[in-house]
Design a protein around this ligand. Structure first.
Ligand code: MN
Length: 131
């Protein structure tokens, strides 16, 4: 990604959560696009070809995991880092997220001090191909 823009697609229907995560991602150097539902997420993904996708698993029109499955089925998103972000920290959620094609999982509420580091760590693992 040397010298190129690094694009993040933030999928989150809660405006307060979206603003916080968006601010942290911009500070970390990402060009951030926000989607508030599954349909918008799929459209923006096609338009912007994000390097990173942060996916709220509870969206108004679909499960975020369904969106992840649709994206992963397309070759142009095979190498994107996809991270599930959700408050539904029930046992098994992380496993389901990985099965759907996510590279990692960040629980809500996000920790403002460690969020960027968590994202960078999951992206690094993806790029090393050690998932
Ligand atoms: Mn939600």
């Amino acid at each position: 990604m040397t010298g190129e823009r690094t694009v993040a697609l933030l999928v989150e229907d809660n405006a307060v959560n979206a603003e916080l995560a968006s601010t942290l991602l911009r500070k970390a150097g990402f060009e951030v696009y926000g989607a508030v539902n599954a349909a918008q997420a799929l459209r923006l993904a096609q338009e912007q070809r994000p390097d990173l996708i942060l996916m709220d698993l509870r969206l108004p029109d679909a499960s975020g995991l369904e969106v992840v499955k649709v994206l992963r089925a397309q070759p142009e998103f095979a190498n994107a880092t996809i991270i599930a972000v959700t408050a539904s920290a029930m046992r098994g959620d992380e496993e389901l997220a990985v099965e759907a094609g996510c590279d990692g999982y960040i629980p809500k509420p996000i920790d403002t001090r460690s969020f960027a580091g968590q994202v960078a760590e999951i992206m690094a693992v993806r790029q090393r191909g050690t998932t």
